[in-house]
Design a protein around this ligand. Structure first.
Ligand code: CTP
Ligand code: MG
Length: 571
């Protein structure tokens, strides 16, 4: 890689020289890779520049994914000793080759993510890595790219850790976020600040791809050509630090599937085992890989096989990264949904900013939850936001049908009989010129759903229009690519009712004088939460806003009841 710099050269400048070199390198790598970085910068550009820049810098979802996966293949994850001397560690690791990027984070110990310039360095690193001598007999000798660095010889002075910079892997607590937002000058700025505080960092995205790559190594024992790719909020541009890691074991990349046969002569084909259905095959593969993850996967704990779900999966925790992981297979429609959300987010910066605000608001008030149940999911909430943005008098984003109509021949995609075609290059999409502020849009979002005819209407982002509800589910949101499916089938009347009430309350709250921006209200910066910050306060605290109805917190027993009901339904 042209951007690689040998560590010997890095060392010559001492610590600050080393940091400067890495900063330069980072900047170069981020210029080439970082969608997040580009997005963050975009927030500060004027509108005209934004459009031009967006179009010039656009890289397709596929291209970004491919590059990040390749980068992850050249990376290792190393548990480090506490008394770490960064310079010495990097010098030690660089014996195996040039290092492109290295960062540290803390998670019950110190970890380093090290990206080599060349994949060959990983083989060299493995050559020089020992199997732990302690209790040798009881170890599974599976050599992965999750390593431990032992510090031998004299102990480093205790202050050697002090200069280490750790990359945050979790968000700030809501009370600190509320404080931070209260110091902003406008609701628009609050919305931007919330997104910046919550979105996945460049480093966290790298770590996610690295965990996928580690999982791929396990699956590759059976399927050497497979890939494991992240999907969902890890890569759709809407991920919050701490969100789960959805992974897709892709076996379709295995070569020879569509090999053209000669007209005459001979041809060889593999003898392969067959099962009753594609679903049965997926379940069997996941079951075996699940066992391997459980028995051989260092750092993978609490492995559960959830094979009877609509979409069979393996769930586990990856301890070194602290990610809650879901591994699926044969889930290409979800991958398409992810790409679609990514594309909408790239189209207009207001999409992601509002999605973060609405998702955070929903989480604080228990509208969404990490426990499966009758709650609205983040995915459903995002589709609701997209629908709202399509319904503006000048739409902010096009409908899915519009995106299909401008698709090129290479964009064509049919998965299990469903048309999943849409344009992948957004420079082909015409911008409609809506200039509404995100503040106005946030207010209107609450008003829109506070009065939406959920009893009769279904939400459909393919058409960008409400449609009559085909079935009795309280909330009906059509799956963008599988029209017969309702993505919010799990939501019950009670949870929908809570959502509607909270929307009404929130639109009312935003109208109150004390919740307007300090300048608009004729005052200086406010100490008390206002604007978006006031919407993130815990439900039962009226905080002195006169006339505001006090929301009752749902008793714990209600939450448990919903959970039990959902478990009953699942079983
Ligand atoms: N998905 C889908 N249909 C559903 C639910 C999910 O197609 N009924 C797909 C979507 O692409 C979604 C992904 O599966 O983005 C992952 O689902 P989930 O983890 O529930 O949502 P995320 O978008 O990842 O959001 P979160 O941050 O809550 O994990
Ligand atoms: Mg997810």
């Amino acid at each position: 890689m042209s951007s690689s710099i040998s560590l010997c050269r890095l060392h010559m400048g001492g610590r600050s020289g080393l940091e400067k070199c890495f900063k330069k390198l980072n900047a170069r790598i981020q210029r080439r890779l970082g969608t997040n970085v580009v997005a963050a910068r975009r927030e500060h550009l004027t509108k005209d520049v934004t459009l031009t820049e967006q179009r010039a810098e656009y890289r397709s979802f596929e291209a970004v994914q491919a590059e990040r996966l390749e980068q992850a293949e050249r990376s290792v994850l190393i548990g480090c000793p506490n008394n770490l001397n960064e310079k010495k560690v990097l010098a030690y690791l660089s014996r195996h080759g040039d290092i492109n990027k290295c960062f540290f984070y803390e998670n019950y110990g110190i970890y380093a993510v090290v990206e080599y310039a060349d994949k060959g360095s990983i083989a060299s690193l493995h050559e020089g890595t020992a199997i732990p001598s302690v209790d040798h007999e009881s170890m599974v000798p599976f050599k992965s790219r999750l390593l431990s660095l032992r510090s031998l010889g004299p102990v480093e002075p205790p202050n050697s850790k002090a200069g280490l910079q750790f990359q945050p892997q979790t968000t700030i607590p809501v009370n600190l976020l509320v404080q931070k937002l209260s110091g902003e000058e406008s609701i628009g700025q609050q919305i931007t600040t919330l997104r910046e505080a919550y979105q996945l960092t460049e480093e966290n995205i790298r770590l996610r791809f690295l965990v996928c790559s580690l999982l791929k190594d396990i699956a590759a024992a059976y399927f050497p050509e497979c890939t494991v790719r992240p999907f969902g909020s890890s890569v759709n541009g809407l991920g919050k630090l701490g969100c789960d890691l959805d992974m897709f074991l892709d076996l379709n990349v295995i070569g020879g599937r569509n090999m053209a046969l000669p007209k005459a002569g001979f041809s060889l084909e593999y003898q392969m085992k067959q099962d009753n259905s594609e679903r049965a095959v997926t379940q069997n593969i996941l079951s075996v890989i699940g066992d391997c993850v459980n028995h051989f996967g260092a750092g993978c704990v609490g492995v559960m096989k959830i094979l009877n779900a609509r979409c069979p999966l393996i769930r586990f925790a990856h301890q070194p990264s602290d990610f809650q992981c879901d591994l699926t297979a044969n889930n290409r429609v979800a991958m398409k949904c992810t790409e679609l959300l990514y594309l909408y987010g790239e189209l207009d910066q207001r999409v992601r900013s509002l999605a973060f605000a609405v998702r955070c608001w929903a989480r604080v008030h228990g509208i969404t939850s990490s426990i499966p149940g009758a709650w609205i999911t983040n995915f459903s909430l995002t589709v609701m936001l997209l629908f709202f943005l399509q319904r503006r008098s000048t739409p902010i984003i096009p409908t899915l049908d519009d995106l299909r109509d401008v698709a090129g021949p290479t964009d064509r995609s049919v998965i299990e009989g469903n048309d999943c075609t849409f344009v992948s290059d957004f420079t082909k999409i015409r911008h409609q010129g809506n200039t509404e502020t995100s503040e106005q849009l946030l207010y209107d979002f609450f008003e829109f759903y506070g009065t939406f005819a959920f009893d009769r209407m279904s939400i459909n982002i393919r058409k960008g229009k409400e449609q009559n509800k085909p079935e009795g589910a309280p909330l009906h949101i059509q799956n963008p690519f599988e029209p017969s499916l309702n993505i919010s089938k799990n939501v019950d009347v009670k949870q929908l009712g809570r959502f509607v009430t909270l929307c009404q309350e929130s639109s009312w709250l935003l109208q109150q004088a004390e919740n307007k921006a300090p300048q608009a209200a004729g005052g200086a910066a406010k100490a008390t939460p206002w604007g978006l910050a006031s919407l993130l306060l815990p439900s039962q605290e009226p905080k002195g806003i006169k006339g505001r109805k006090t929301r009752k917190r749902e008793p714990a027993s209600e939450g448990i009841k919903s959970l039990l009901e959902s478990l009953k339904k699942t079983s």
